[in-house]
Design a protein around this ligand. Sequence first.
Ligand code: PMP
Length: 394
Amino acid sequence: MPKASFEYLNGELERLQQKGMYRLPTVWSGASGPWMETDGRKLLQLSSNNYLGFTGHPDIKKAAIEAIEKLGAGSGSVRTITGTLDIHDELERELADFKGTEAALVFQSGFTTNQGALSLLGTDDLVISDELNHASIIDGIRLTKAERAIFAHKDMDQLELRLKENDGRKRAFIITDGVFSMDGDIAPLPEIVELAEKYGAFVYVDDAHASGVLGRNGKGSTDHFGLHGRVHIQVGTLSKAVGVVGGYVAGADVLKRYLIHKARPFLFSTSQPPAVAAACLAAIRLLRRSQPLIDRLWDNANFFRTRLQEEGFDTAGSETPIVPILIGAPDKTAEFSRLLLEEGVYAQGIVYPTVAMDKGRVRCIVTAAHTKDDLTFAVDRIVAVAKRTGLLKG
Ligand code: PMP
């Protein structure tokens, strides 16, 4: 027998390389921020989810340091054994209060939050999911025994058709991202809620990119649309605007107690370290006083998007600080992103399979920490590359 070897993996990697889809992570030196260093070069950062600059906020860092000193580096266990400390409990109470729900349950990441929350679904359920929902929702749904249906992106007629087809046969759950991570558009939550109420369905919204961005003090899409009490499950991450890591489900107390018994990431994976929970708690408290910072984020986002549109770029459906620039094929997208890097701007190319084959884009994410000069520099460099590559007429 020949010796077992991983050589066979190279075939797929070469295929990815040929298609412009091969990419190893950039290694950054120093902290997250509007300018970051890699390979000895300072680059303008347009790809981070650090919307409010919270990753480096002194109050949040202080809370983490104090928690390490007091409580140690790790929690020592999963939540259901010895891994629920006061700090986790306090964070959950703070989150529930912030979101205006009865309860909240914290997980180790946004990804595992969706996986955990979706363990709610079983054979008696139908899940109806927007086609552009995040991978963690898609994977979470795959792990359930629920019947599955997809509706075209934000297509309310299709959603209604799916609900009609079900005709009350199964309990229906409509799932949507609050802000879509690749297009930067906002879910039509009021219409979704209306349909849900018409057909007796549940509404589940993943506010990963809406938390800290939409709603009063960044309370999310439910607050943004004034839909309190009409959205049954609000998922959020603690890793984007909140600046740390983790995720949570906010909703009814009975839902929390059910998930405690059923959500596998909660049951079988060690809880957030105390420093992480403490940092998240400090960040949520800070968020409550951060409307001026959120206003600045929106001012920056609107300035940047408008400037790009004036130059003639297609920014897809962007309505938020996520501003894609549509390019097309994966190789062209990768080339655009590489040339931008040469110009001193880091904006990630997003290609198939994350987006459709012909919908490759350079995804820019604006933060409150960028200055107008930073954003003007970025637009100038983007225009220069677009003229060089023929995306814009020279
Ligand atoms: N849901 C959505 C909509 C996301 O964009 C992301 C982050 N990429 C996640 C969940 C996962 O969150 P986290 O990075 O905290 O695991």
